[in-house]
Write a protein that binds this ligand. Sequence first.
Ligand SMILES: [Zn+2]
Ligand SMILES: [Zn+2]
Ligand SMILES: [Zn+2]
Length: 138
Amino acid sequence: MPTSVDEILRRNCLSVTESRKKILTLFINMHGALAHGDIERKAGEKFDRVTVYRTLQTFVEKGIIHTIPTTDNSVRYALCKDCTEGHHHDNHVHFICTNCGTTLCLEDVLIPEIRLPKGFTLSEIEVVAKGVCNDCKE
Ligand SMILES: [Zn+2]
Ligand SMILES: [Zn+2]
Ligand SMILES: [Zn+2]
């Protein structure tokens, strides 16, 4: 994974702005996913909510990060591995710790192909594995 924030932005034809740099750095330094609220909190001193929101939207559109479904209506985001603009293929399972909310991309656990009845089209599949993470284990 490239670790240079500038490089990722440039590769995606995004101008390097303070907010993009800051938020992308949060993702690179984080092992796992970040909740929208966490990002707002961590970037909130310097940037307003709208800026944070727009930056995240841009990253999702560009294929830099993907959203992760959660049951508590909080949106989480994680870095993509090799997605491109408008074309996400993050077909892996996500793990959510029911105790602390830690969310991980299980890159090696692929969502099985789903065969639908004739004429049906699939837009997305979300598979979330729930359990207790290592830190929360008794
Ligand atoms: Zn993606
Ligand atoms: Zn946990
Ligand atoms: Zn993921």
